[in-house]
Design a protein around this ligand. Structure first.
Ligand SMILES: Cc1ncc(COP(=O)(O)O)c(C=O)c1O
Length: 365
C-alpha cells in the first residue's frame, strides 16, 4: 500500500529534490531488486545485475547529453571537491600553466586547490562586482600553450550561469557543471572535461560524474596515486574499486525520468518556465525584491535575491518556512534568499512560491 505523504516544497541547494516517481520506484525495488531477492545495495558490484545498472546509467547519460565517442563517462567519488585536486594533479604538467575563470566561491576553491600543484592564474574574474555576472567570452585571457582553462558553468551560491561557452581551440576547456548539468542541452564536444557532483540534478550525493575526452588520458601526469588517476577509472569502467552502487542506481533512474519527460530540450523549457515565475515577480516588484545577479547572467537553477532590509528579509524567510517552503535561505557565506529550482523541482512549487512572494509584498510594502 502506498503511503499518502505530503511532499515539501523543496528548494534546497544540494542535496536537493529528487523526482517523486524515482523515489517510488526505488521504494518498490528496495527489498527485492528485480528478482534477485536483495536490494541493489546488497548486490556484488561484480555481479551481472549490478553491471547492468552501471552500464545502463552510462549509456543513458551518453544518450541524454549526446556525448560523442571521443568522450568517456566515469563515476567517481569524493564529490566535485575532489575534482578540484584531481584536475591539476592529472593535467597541470610541469612547465605549463592553467587558467581559471573566477565567478564565485566554487571557482575560488578550485583555483586554490590547483595552486598547490603548479602555476595558475585568472583568465577573468567578476569578484569586484560581487560575482553578479559572468565575464564576456571575448574578455577571457589565456595562453594557447596552457594546460587547460577552467570554468564553473553555474554558480550555486551567487546565482549566475554561463549562457554560452567559449571556443578555446586547442586549450582544453574544463567545466564544473555540478549545479546545472542536465538542465539544458549542451555541446559536449566543446569540453575536454566536465564534472558534477550528483546531488543536484543527477541523484543523491555519493557519486561524481566525469565526462572526459579520451585523448587527455594519454598525456596526463603519471606520478600520482592510483585512485586519483583518471586513467585507472577509465581502464576499469569505473569499477576499479567498489563504486557507490546505490547512488549509481538512483542516477540511472533519474536519467530515465529525464528521458521520459522528453529529454533536455523539454527540461530546459520547463526550467525557464519555473525560473520565470520567480524572476518576473522580482522584476515587477519595484525594488521590493532585489535580484543579486545581473539579468544577462542570472541562473535558471539558483535564483538569488535580497529584500530591502535585513529585518524584512528575516520576516520573509521565517514566513516562507512556516508556509512549507524549504531551503530558501541564501548560502551561509552571503545570506539573502536563494531558490534552487533544479530539474526535479515541480513547476507548481515555483508557481506557489511566486504567489507567496506577491502576497508577502502586498502585506509588507
Ligand atoms: C558548483 C559547485 N561546485 C562544487 C561543489 C562541491 O561539491 P561537493 O560537495 O560534491 O564536493 C558544489 C556544491 O554545492 C557546487 O555547487
Amino acid at each position: 500500500m502506498k503511503l499518502q505523504v505530503q511532499r515539501a516544497y523543496n528548494f534546497n541547494a544540494g542535496p536537493s529534490a529528487l523526482p517523486l516517481s524515482v523515489l517510488e520506484k526505488a521504494q518498490e525495488e528496495l527489498i527485492d531488486f528485480r528478482g534477485t531477492g536483495m536490494s541493489v545495495m546488497e548486490l556484488s558490484h561484480r555481479s551481472r545485475p549490478y553491471e547492468e545498472v552501471h552500464n545502463q546509467a552510462i549509456s543513458s547519460l551518453r544518450e541524454l547529453l549526446n556525448i560523442p565517442d571521443t568522450h568517456e563517462v566515469l563515476f567517481l567519488q569524493g564529490g566535485a571537491s575532489l575534482q578540484f585536486s584531481m584536475i591539476p594533479m592529472n593535467f597541470l604538467q610541469a612547465g605549463k600553466k592553467a587558467s581559471y575563470v573566477m565567478t564565485g566561491s566554487w571557482s575560488e576553491k578550485a583555483f586554490s586547490e590547483a595552486k598547490l600543484f603548479g602555476e595558475v592564474y585568472h583568465a577573468a574574474s567578476t569578484k569586484e562586482g560581487n560575482y553578479r555576472s559572468i565575464p564576456k567570452l571575448d574578455e577571457l585571457k589565456y595562453d594557447k600553450e596552457d594546460a587547460y582553462i577552467h570554468i564553473t558553468s553555474n554558480n550555486t551560491i551567487y546565482g549566475t550561469q554561463w549562457k554560452d561557452f567559449p571556443d578555446t581551440g586547442d586549450v582544453p576547456l574544463i567545466a564544473d557543471m555540478s549545479s546545472d548539468i542536465l538542465s539544458k542541452p549542451i555541446d559536449v564536444s566543446k569540453f575536454a572535461l566536465i564534472y558534477a557532483g550528483a546531488q543536484k540534478n543527477l541523484g543523491p550525493s555519493g557519486v561524481t560524474v566525469v565526462i572526459i575526452r579520451k585523448d587527455l588520458l594519454e598525456t596526463a601526469n603519471t606520478n600520482i596515486p592510483t585512485m586519483l588517476k583518471y586513467s585507472t577509472h577509465s581502464k576499469n569502467n569505473s569499477l576499479y574499486n567498489t563504486p557507490p552502487t546505490f547512488g549509481i542506481y538512483m542516477l540511472g533512474e533519474v536519467l530515465n525520468w529525464a528521458r521520459d519527460l522528453g529529454g533536455l530540450e523539454t527540461i530546459a523549457k520547463r526550467n525557464e518556465e519555473k525560473a520565470n515565475y520567480i524572476y518576473s515577480v522580482i522584476d515587477n516588484s519595484n525594488g521590493f525584491y532585489i535580484g543579486h545577479a545581473n539579468q544577462d547572467s542570472r541562473s535558471l537553477m539558483n535564483l538569488t535575491f535580497n529584500l530591502k532590509t535585513p529585518e524584512l528579509e528575516k520576516k520573509f524567510l521565517d514566513l516562507a518556512k512556516q508556509e512549507g517552503f524549504v531551503g530558501v535561505n541564501g548560502h551561509r557565506s552571503i545570506g539573502g534568499c536563494r531558490v534552487s529550482a533544479y530539474n526535479a523541482v515541480p513547476v507548481e512549487a515555483c508557481q506557489a512560491f511566486s504567489e507567496f512572494m506577491i502576497q508577502f509584498q502586498k502585506e509588507n510594502n
